[in-house]
Design a protein around this ligand. Structure first.
Ligand SMILES: *Cc1c(COP(=O)(O)O)cnc(C)c1O
Length: 372
């Protein structure tokens, strides 16, 4: 069986170095908010070309804390509306709800699976205060257009970058330079869940931003709203990236660009060598440095194709089978209609892609797909 994602194989090369790190952490006797985290925050900020990085407990908390930070700063208030793509992983939407804000769903483009900038303006109301952009499957959304809409309408941009570690940083909202005097509020949320392009050995996450005011609040919000121990300035939470996870990420980060390059090489082979009229391949904007967290194809015979691949020992996964507005958890939305989103959820299938997938495995997958 070719597994969809072989995490054991991905993490194996770091085992010896990690044992040394483990010993170091044990010898230091310091487990939370220490040197490994500081090192990682500096390295990841540099990697993302941002001024600040704040390590947190997971990707969901990263999103929630960005919203809570802006609420604390008076830039958002409870009940404000946040624009979000309708086909995102539900975590993005749950994070908006967890911050007492109101998600407003917008259809994606069928070709890119990312939010359709042309449909944003009509969803903007006087209560709209932010856009949560999701760079789904590892491809950046259309940031020049989205940034423009945000600046024209005075909206905060929050980026869900849980699937896009290393995608073109200069296009990301945090790195867009405005003319002097223009306010630019934006921050990105990352997840280091084991299966992400940069994954740790459990839960982990981070926020990156150039906004010094926001960063200051976030360093405190993640730690019970306290900067000085037992002095609490905000109603914070406990969401910290611990020393062991940070140390593992410090070992893996230097290889992230090379790992993404391996993913792109596999994607390139899939795109050029899969030749089957029944299969729609992903659109790849070569200028935007897709990091192929997932390689997602579409077909009207999705379930049959998945069954066929399983029969041929190829494991695939559906990202995602049910759109957020059709989930039981969000029953109040069950009558909403998002035809493109629903079509995507009915037709998508993710093929194996990872830095450890071998050339032979890729060849075999292509051969089997071409026979479908
Ligand atoms: C993984 C993911 C998250 C959540 O990250 P966790 O670390 O699992 O909390 C949020 N948004 C998207 C798009 C994701 O893929």
């Amino acid at each position: 069986m070719i597994p969809f994602l072989d995490l054991k194989k991905i993490n194996e090369p770091y085992e010896t170095a990690f044992q040394d790190k483990l010993k170091l952490v044990l010898d230091n006797g310091w487990y939370i908010l220490g040197k490994e985290l500081e090192t990682f925050e500096m390295a990841f900020a540099e990697f993302c070309q941002t001024k600040y990085c704040i390590g947190v407990g997971n990707g969901f908390d990263a999103l929630v804390l960005i919203f809570k930070g802006y609420i604390q700063l008076g830039k958002l208030e409870k009940g404000d509306e946040v624009i979000v793509p309708a086909n995102t992983y539900i975590a993005s939407i749950l994070a908006i709800l967890a911050a007492d804000l109101v998600p407003v769903l917008v259809e994606p483009k069928l070709e890119t699976y990312n939010i359709n900038p042309d449909l944003i303006q009509e969803k903007i109301s006087p209560k709209t205060k932010a856009i949560l952009v999701v760079h789904l499957y590892g491809q950046l959304a259309e940031m020049p257009e989205i940034n423009k809409i945000a600046f024209q309408n005075n909206l905060i941009i929050v980026e869900d970058a849980a699937q896009s570690h290393g995608a073109n940083n200069n296009l990301k909202s945090t790195n867009v330079t405005l003319s002097e005097g223009e306010e630019h509020l934006s921050a990105s949320a990352y997840s280091f869940y084991p299966g992400k392009n940069l994954g740790c050995l459990g839960d982990g996450g981070a926020i990156t931003t150039n906004d010094s005011g926001l960063a200051k609040v976030l360093y405190s919000l993640r730690n019970y709203g306290s900067e000085k121990k037992y002095y609490n300035d905000y109603v914070g939470v406990n969401s910290r990236l611990d020393e062991l996870q940070a140390s593992f990420l410090n070992l893996k980060l230097p290889n992230l660009n090379a790992d993404n390059e391996k993913r792109r090489a596999i994607a390139k082979r899939y795109i050029t060598e899969i030749k089957n009229d029944k299969i729609i391949l992903p659109f790849w904007d070569l200028s935007s440095n897709h990091v192929f967290h997932l390689f997602v194809i579409r077909t009207t015979n999705r379930d049959a194709l998945q069954e066929y691949l399983t029969q041929n020992n190829i494991q695939t996964v559906i990202h995602y089978p049910i759109p957020p507005h059709k989930q039981k958890a969000l029953l109040e939305w069950e009558n909403l209609s998002f035809p493109i989103t629903e079509k995507i959820h009915n037709e998508v299938l993710s093929l194996p892609i990872s830095p450890v997938l071998t050339a032979e495995e890729v060849s075999y997958i292509i051969e089997i797909l071409n026979k479908f």
